[in-house]
Every structure is written in structure tokens, then in C-alpha cells.
Design a protein around this ligand. Structure first.
Ligand SMILES: [Zn+2]
Length: 484
């Protein structure tokens, strides 16, 4: 189907000349997705053979394909035969301060910035149209914001900026440290200046016998709670045990950024806690990927997945294939969790604490906890925490990992529909964007992903992205990867 410019004079000119003035093509033309299966992100049943009209970046009409044609005569047509249309996916926990393999390669800030350009394209190529950056240095957040504002490709970008972090607390020192209530106020103002979607803190007791970071002094927590409330910043809390998650609820957390996940001592949540979490309305993020991509559990054959090969920067794939990368990972991760250990002991400690059996047990326990929470009515939000644990992660890639996260939810007992809702409608609510994105409905932003097959029958269909539509602009994965 040929594309035509809109506007009668231009159209006549184009017909007469048989050529199209390319500068006049673009977002203004109608886009029609024809004959697609519609999974609109709500609990409504799927609709077969639907036509979608997208105009000015929004969903303008949804009709049965057999009804009269929709859209202007010069609309651009995408053939949806054999494809399913879903709301654009949302990854609610990512980071851009490091990339997979950063510690191994000792990436400079400039290298990470260049890799991020590819990550932003790769996310779109994998159908992710919105991300929440759950911890960023201000300069990294500003760089991405200005890249996107200049019209370069990437998902809708939300960030919580740098953590509020007590002296010696969990998290990278480059996030800064808040020693006084005045320091907390200054950090919150900085987050507001970044357009922050909320404020992130970590309640982390440490890693069993390996030790832990300094906790929050009470006056810092009070300043945080009051300051965040005064500025309208919801609290996004890193917490991954029942004890720390309970404290997150005490604080009035808007979202808990990890499932109950512990590799050293996997934990089944108590019924009392699950009921309290459900009653609170707090969003629970999944991040099973953090365990799934640890060397020893990660199956390196996954590096050959076509979508991985298309979107992951070569630098990261080369590191992932390097023979000594898993050992460097072990040295880095044990060094972070237990800095008092000698470096030469760390590969051995990793073989004990990060064994395949322990990793699998942690993953299964996390899946069980999430299923129980979901059945109890807790709003579950899919999230990868790519690349985690940074900067040491070597197999945790922006883009393809979200499909894997949803596969892990289905493997754990979620229905495909529930898993998809966890990456579309539910995070849109968490982010306060449910009037705009998260479901496919007339008037909403046209953020869509078209995949081959039916993800309600086979969640693996999410790996077979054929088109991603971001704000009404449709490209194939390969086109997004080369978009300027
Ligand atoms: Zn994180």
C-alpha cells in the first residue's frame, strides 16, 4: 500500500507526479491496522479481525474488520493478519546508570550513554513503550530526557531520579547521602526538578551471614515521609523480605520494587502479611529476572534468541560470551554484598551462595509468593530491574527481558492474560497514566505492540514482535533499531 500525504493539493500533486514529497509524510497521516486480533489489556475477551484507526497519535476508532473501511483514503495500512495487538508494554523497574557487562568492561560514562541510545531503541523493538527508571544519577536522567525531547527513538521515560539514601545506606554512593532532614529536602527538590514520578528508597537488611548496609535513622525517614507527601511524590520502596516489606507498608509505600526474593534464605510470605499487602492497595513489582539472569541459572543458549541478537549491543553480547565473565560477576557481587571478604574467596562464596539449586529455589519461592499475592488481590506489576545487580550483571539486557519476566509469571501460575495486565493496565494505574496508556481504547495514546501469534495461548509470542507503535508512529523492530 502506498503512502500518500494528507491534504488535497498535495494529494493531487502526488498523483500527478507519481512521487511523494517525503518531508510531508509523517505523524499526520492516518494509520490503519487491519484485521488484527485485539487483546485490549482489559478483562474483555479477545476480539478477532479488528481494524484499528490511529490518528494524531491516538486510537481514533476500533471496528470489526468486515464493517466499512475506516481512515482516510490515503491512510498508511499495516496488515494485522495473524498478529495480535496489545497495549504497549511497560517495564516498571529499569536502570540506565550501567549496562550489562559494565563492571567487566569498566565502561566510561560516555560508553554507557552510547549503549543507552541502543537500549532505548531496543526497548521499542521489543514492544516496551514506557519505562520507569527506578534509580538514576541526575545527569543520566537528564541525558535521556533531552535525547527523547529531541525526537530520537525511545519509550516514554519516567524516573524517580537518585535514591534518598542515609549515610552508609544501601545503594551506590553516587546517588549521594542524606545526613540531615535539610539534606532530604534538597534531594526531594532535585527529584522534583527532574520531573520525578516518585521517590525511591531502599529498606535492606542485608544478605544473611554476608552482612548489611546502614539502616535509615528515624529522623531521616520522618523527613522523607513528610517531604514526599508535601511534594506529591509517591514512595517506591526497594524491599525484598517480609520484614522490610512490612516496614515499607508502615511508611505508606505506593509500590514495593521487588517480590519477596532471597537467595540466601527463600521465604514464604505469611498469610497475615499477604492480606495486609492486599488491603493496603500497594503495588507489588515482580523482578524475578534478577534471579533468572544470574550466571549458573541463565542458559547461555538464550543469547541466540533472534530478538536478543537484534537489540542487544554487540559490546554486551561479547561480554556475555566471554569465558571469564561469570567469575568477574561473582567477584563483583560478593564484593558488594560482603566487602569484608578477600577477593580470592569470592568465586568460591558465589558457588555456595549463588548455586543453581539456591537460585532455582529462590525463583520458585518468588513465583509462589507473587501468585498468592495476585490471588489475594494485590496489584502485580511486571518489572525486570535490568541490568541487575548492576554494574555486575552480564546477561540482563534492556528489551528482551520483559518478555522473559512475563514467561516466568506464567510458569509460576499466572494466566497469560494476568501476566500481560501486569505489564500494561496495572502499571499504567501505578504510574497515574491509566487515562492515557495501558489499555487499547478510543481516545487513548496509540502505544501498541503487534506480535505474531496469540499471547493468550502462548506467552512466548511476545518474543515475536512485528510492529511497535509509539504515540502513533509504527515501525518494525529492525526499523526502530536503525531509527535516528
Ligand atoms: Zn533496581
Amino acid at each position: 500500500m502506498t503512502r500518500f500525504v494528507r491534504g488535497t493539493c498535495s494529494l493531487i500533486a502526488a498523483l500527478l507526479l507519481g512521487v511523494l514529497p517525503s518531508a510531508e509524510r509523517g505523524a499526520a497521516e492516518d494509520l490503519v491496522i487491519r484485521g488484527v486480533r485485539l487483546l485490549d489489556g482489559t478483562s474483555a475477551p479477545p476480539r478477532e479481525r479488528v481494524d484499528l484507526l490511529i490518528r494524531d497519535g491516538r486510537i481514533a476508532a476500533i471496528r470489526e474488520a468486515d464493517e466499512s473501511a475506516i481512515g482516510s483514503a490515503d491512510a498508511r495500512i499495516v496488515d494485522g493478519t495473524g498478529l495480535s495487538a496489545l497495549p504497549g508494554l511497560i517495564d516498571s523497574h529499569v536502570h540506565f546508570v550501567a549496562a550489562a557487562g559494565t563492571a567487566y568492561r569498566q565502561d566510561s560514562d560516555d560508553t554507557i550513554r552510547e549503549l543507552n541510545r541502543q537500549h532505548l531503541r531496543g526497548l521499542l523493538a521489543c514492544g516496551t513503550t514506557t519505562v520507569l527508571d527506578a534509580g538514576a544519577y541526575p545527569e543520566v536522567a537528564r541525558d535521556i530526557q533531552s535525547w527523547l525531547a529531541a525526537g530520537h527513538p525511545g519509550p516514554r521515560y519516567l524516573t524517580v531520579g537518585p535514591y534518598v539514601r542515609p549515610v552508609g545506606g544501601y545503594g551506590h554512593p553516587r546517588f549521594g547521602e542524606e545526613a540531615t532532614p535539610a539534606d532530604v529536602a534538597a534531594k526531594l527538590d532535585l527529584i522534583v526538578s527532574l520531573g520525578g514520578a516518585g521517590v525511591k528508597i531502599a529498606l535492606e537488611d542485608g544478605f544473611g551471614p554476608l552482612g548489611g548496609p546502614r539502616p535509615f535513622p528515624p529522623e531521616i525517614l520522618d523527613a522523607l515521609r513528610e517531604g514526599a507527601r508535601a511534594r506529591g511524590l509517591p514512595l517506591y520502596v526497594h524491599a525484598r523480605t517480609e520484614s522490610t516489606q512490612s516496614r515499607a507498608l508502615d511508611l505508606g509505600a505506593h509500590a514495593i520494587m521487588h517480590a519477596a526474593l532471597d537467595i540466601v534464605a527463600p521465604e514464604e510470605l505469611s498469610d497475615v502479611f499477604v492480606a495486609r499487602l492486599a488491603a493496603s492497595g500497594t503495588f507489588q513489582l515482580t523482578t524475578l529476572s534478577v534471579v533468572d539472569t544470574v550466571p549458573g541459572l541463565y542458559d547461555v543458549r538464550r543469547l541466540d534468541d533472534p530478538i536478543v541478537r537484534l537489540v542487544v549491543p554487540k559490546l554486551e553480547l561479547d561480554t556475555a560470551r566471554a569465558a571469564d565473565a561469570p567469575e568477574r560477576f561473582a567477584i563483583g557481587v560478593i564484593g558488594f554484598a560482603a566487602p569484608w571478604t578477600f577477593e580470592w574467596t569470592r568465586p568460591w562464596l558465589a558457588s555456595v551462595f549463588l548455586s543453581r539449586d539456591r537460585l532455582l529455589a529462590a525463583l520458585r519461592s518468588g513465583q509462589r509468593n507473587l501468585v498468592r499475592e495476585s490471588r489475594a488481590g494485590v496489584p502485580i506489576v511486571a518489572a525486570t530491574d535490568v541490568p541487575s545487580p548492576w554494574p555486575d550483571a552480564i546477561y540482563h539486557f534492556h528489551g528482551p527481558q520483559l518478555a522473559r519476566e512475563l514467561e516466568l509469571l506464567v510458569e509460576g501460575g499466572f494466566t497469560p492474560r494476568e501476566a500481560i495486565a501486569a505489564a500494561t493496565a496495572t502499571p499504567a494505574k501505578m504510574l497515574g497514566l491509566d487515562a492515557e496508556i495501558g489499555t487499547i481504547a478510543i481516545g487513548k495514546r496509540a502505544d501498541l505492540v503487534l506480535v505474531e501469534g496469540d499471547p493468550h495461548r502462548d506467552i512466548g509470542a511476545l518474543r515475536r514482535v512485528r510492529w511497535t507503535v509509539r504515540d502513533g508512529i509504527a515501525h518494525t523492530p529492525a526499523e526502530w533499531m536503525s531509527a535516528p
